[in-house]
Design a protein around this ligand. Sequence first.
Ligand SMILES: C[S@@+](CC[C@H](N)C(=O)[O-])C[C@H]1O[C@@H](n2cnc3c(N)ncnc32)[C@H](O)[C@@H]1O
Length: 281
Amino acid sequence: MTTVEKMDDKTFKSLRDFIYEKSGIFFSDQKKYLMETKILERIKERGFRDFNEYAYFLMYSKEYQTELKYLFNAITINETSFFRNMPQINAFKDNILPELITLSDRQTFKTITILSAGCSTGEEPYTLAMVCNEFTQSKAPDWKVMIEAGDLSEAALSQAREGVYNSYTLRNVPRNYLDKYFVKDGENFRIKDEIKKMVRFYHLNLTNDTLMRRITKKDVIFCRNVMIYFDTPVKKKVVNYFYDMLRPNGYLVIGHSESLHDITRAFKIVHFPGALAYKKE
Ligand SMILES: C[S@@+](CC[C@H](N)C(=O)[O-])C[C@H]1O[C@@H](n2cnc3c(N)ncnc32)[C@H](O)[C@@H]1O
């Protein structure tokens, strides 16, 4: 059976509304082609005749929950890399971490808790784990860091748990980190267990109230290059959750080209060299 490779406008709008409702990801009219390309492979794989049949299955079949996983894998854009946007990583290492360990209410448990929301294939949380490990080893030996990392895409999470990376995604890793925290694995590099065990990966849908309410308090939340796929109402909802999730004096770090202007005034903007972060005071 051959699949009809074009999607009519009515099906596009129903699929777009369905995806938006389930994930917050919004495909504008201009992105119809992108959605078509991303879903087509899955439609062929499952043997559906056309987009309309697939949309009908998603909306009316009892098995739609299982299919959602594959749909999320198909539509998400997982582009990422280690040490992405160095000024933000430096701000975290040189300003945010040193400040957190001086706070009086953190002294009892001496634990810093971090969330990487939209962690993709793991480069962001592993970068944070390496930086934290360097920091605690040299400046705060009695402190512990716990990192949680969540993503909508199960395919991305499974790569993250595997922890094996090619040299392109490692291109910005400083030499001393590469030598200390990775072992060569054929053409690739495997992250060492001492870093792997600092990060707990789980499925997360930032627009799912039940999942978001389960997350415990955090000192720092990284949610970089994720909310660019959301519209304003979804951004507001997600940022409100982040605000509640943060402990006092905690920080939210979003993508370098993103802004919370028109989204919230609850945070204080703190400027660092070449980067900024949103602080809950
Ligand atoms: C471009 S990657 C960004 C990865 C990393 N934060 C970085 O900046 O390098 C965006 C990630 O957000 C995830 N994502 C998109 N919508 C999401 C949602 N509703 N809940 C959780 N993750 C989501 C995607 O699966 C994708 O892995």
